[in-house]
Design a protein around this ligand. Structure first.
Ligand SMILES: [Cu+2]
Length: 283
């Protein structure tokens, strides 16, 4: 419905300014002296010859035209005026008796299409698409719309899970989108138990809705790495004293980590989004 209204608004001014054809006589009987006509850009003037031999030629002004001579009564010369401004013309043999001026006024400019102020964007920062997650981490991102964000829905592996709390402080988003209303408080975030999903590939999808009912979304497909159990309790010993720990680039390898009476090989990797190291491999 909205689109139909917009189309009407855009097309109406054009149809209202449809080109018109104006008829004038072109004869030597006194009826073609000091012709004066004001028309719109794009209009056509059509002169119809009376008796006698006449031409019709522009002599000053914006446009240039010359009908050439015709001795045929009923001969017609048409000219379409596409530029605003005045043009004077005459019949050369009867210049004092057959002359005139056409004034062309610019039609009102068609309105420029309304600027699309519907800015609507959602970003899912974590989980990180294509990466590994483990344990408990964040599910977070931001959503902004000039029409206001009503809610952010979270889908896990294709199923609706819950609405994410929305309204968190995002100074960085406001800095990037200062002209979008509400960008300062555009964050959504919650603690997320990645391990609860179980090891393997999973997808989280965040869908934002604005006040007009529009939606936009982003998905992340990621890998969950897991210990034998989903949660290492506080009474379970984590002991790295016999581990072999090495580092390469932004990764830390911990071999023979004793966790809850089991031995694991772990790989940790620096995560910019998390500003910390995340366990990305558990063996
Ligand atoms: Cu003439």
């Amino acid at each position: 419905m909205k689109k139909i209204l917009l189309l009407l608004l855009v097309t109406l001014p054009f149809s209202a300014a449809a080109e018109t054809t104006h008829d004038l006589s072109w004869a030597n009987g006194g009826g073609s002296v000091n012709q004066s006509l004001t028309i719109d850009v794009g209009d056509t003037v059509r002169w119809t010859w009376g008796a006698g031999t006449h031409n019709l030629r522009s002599i000053s002004g914006i446009e240039n035209f010359d009908s050439g001579y015709s001795a045929a009564a009923g001969n017609v010369f048409s000219y379409t005026f596409n530029q605003p401004g005045a043009t004077s013309y005459q019949c050369d043999p009867h210049a004092s008796n057959m002359n005139g001026t056409i004034n062309v006024t610019a039609t009102s400019e068609p309105p420029t299409p309304p600027i699309n102020e519907d800015f609507f964007q959602l970003s899912l920062g974590e989980p990180i698409n294509g990466q590994s997650h483990s344990g408990i981490g964040n599910l977070r991102g931001w959503a902004i719309s000039n029409n206001g964000i009503v809610r952010v829905e979270i889908f896990i592996d294709g199923k609706y899970a819950y609405n994410a709390p929305y309204g968190g402080l995002r100074v960085d988003v406001e800095a990037e989108f200062p002209n979008v209303d509400g960008s300062l408080l555009s964050g959504y975030s919650l603690a997320f138990g990645y391990a609860d999903l179980g090891a393997g590939q999973h997808t989280v999808r965040a869908v934002a809705y604005d006040s007009l009912g529009n939606s936009t979304e982003q998905s992340s497909t990621f890998n969950v790495v897991d210990y034998d159990k989903n949660f290492i309790n506080s009474n379970e010993v984590v002991d790295l004293s016999v581990s072999n720990i090495s580092a390469s680039g932004d990764e830390i390898m911990i071999n023979d980590a004793s966790i809850g009476q089991r031995s694991y090989n772990l790989k940790l990797k620096w995560r910019t989004a998390e500003q910390g190291f995340e366990v990305i491999e558990i063996q």
